[in-house]
Design a protein around this ligand. Structure first.
Ligand SMILES: [Zn+2]
Length: 162
């Protein structure tokens, strides 16, 4: 069990253990400020007591590093820890964290136009989702008509947990 009150005090006096300065790049609090001019606005608290500060802009990315391990979060300078579930209420997009995604070229069954689309497997869904609107004729292509011509790139566990 985390001692959230002690962590609140530690964060209030020393800041977070690490600060995210760009997508997936973490550094110390002092380097974040002196080298990047970044000060944390939100701090996530992991279930082992490790803390990560981040600006509001990047908070979704920080959340995506350990979606199943965050225990609490707080906003600076208030330093009042709240359960992580409350964070998902203010940033629902963060809950749409995905296991893998890939870019493909698909062919429209109506007009045979080939265009770029994305397959994505959200962590909270039972299966990957396929769906795209043809860029030429507007036809909605669903899974049963999903005709992959070419795979452009795969991106497994891009924002996965541990
Ligand atoms: Zn079409």
């Amino acid at each position: 069990m985390l001692d959230l009150q002690a962590l609140e005090k530690r964060i209030a006096s020393r800041g977070a253990d690490m600060v995210m300065v760009s997508d997936r790049v973490l550094t110390t609090k002092s380097a974040a400020w002196s080298l990047h001019g970044i000060r944390a606005e939100v701090v996530f608290i992991r279930n082992d007591g490790w803390t990560l500060g981040v600006t509001k802009d990047l908070a979704g990315s920080a959340y995506g590093l350990y979606p199943s391990l965050w225990e609490a979060w707080l906003e600076l300078p208030t330093c009042r820890a709240r359960p992580i579930i409350k964070y998902l209420a203010v940033d629902p997009a963060a809950a749409r964290d995905y296991l893998w995604r890939r870019e493909v070229m698909i062919e429209c069954p109506e007009c045979e136009t080939v265009f770029k689309a994305e397959e994505i497997f959200y962590r909270c869904d039972p299966f990957p989702s396929y769906g795209a609107e043809c860029t030429a004729c507007g036809y909605m292509i669903t899974e049963s008509e999903w005709l992959v011509v070419k795979v452009l790139g795969e991106n497994p566990e891009t924002k996965g947990g541990k």
